[in-house]
Design a protein around this ligand. Sequence first.
Ligand code: PGA
Length: 253
Amino acid sequence: MNRRKIVAGNWKMNKSLSEALELARDIDAYAGEGPLSGVTKIVFPPSPFLHEISKVFRNGTVLVGAQNCHTHESGAYTGEVSAAMLSSVGCKYVLVGHSERRQYFNETSEQLLQKMQQALHHGLKPVYCVGETLDERKSGRHFEVVKQQLTEVLGQFKLADMQEVIVAYEPVWAIGTGETATSAQAQEMHAYIRTVLAGMFNKETADGLHVLYGGSCNAQNARELFACADVDGGLIGGASLKADDFRQIMASF
Ligand code: PGA
């Protein structure tokens, strides 16, 4: 199965507009380089910067995504941003179900499902994030937890929708902690995610699905993680805030 290599940077709630633009211009300056040409590059800047950042990447070598979208189409939801708005400012992707959203904003599977539906309806490719906490891994429930996250949300979609969906496996205990999953742990879970998807849809869909690893992935460990058969790339937090580190991660395939 010929899957693309993908490296995505989740900038989270970091940087001023001028700093974000500087990072974007630095990335744009190397994004077209030959050795990186086989890598799909995506950045997820904070929402107030999306329009300006999209303009920096207007030649399309780097694609832009949002870190979140609202569950509803439009209306009286003060402070929220709709999928349609994101699409209108040049976004092609949106993160759904990042563990920080699940944890700090109590996002439920029901809401994540609505966000995914909004995203797909407005032509955004959702990057659906799954992953277990440290307690869940220690108690041996990590497969069960990830399976539930997959079935409750992705299980509601039609086969055709799955072409547009990317899954990111991000063990919560590895996010921002400096403690990354071993390549064996990542491979094991990524293979498991495909097994679950094969059961929900079919083997072809599972084999074609892009599954990214996230959680303290950096320029030092990316090569080993990306070498795993079922790891199609990374969703990078901290290390995506430095243009050089991000480039090295992209060059790790
Ligand atoms: P990290 O974050 O690389 O800083 O661990 C990853 C993420 O939350 O997407």
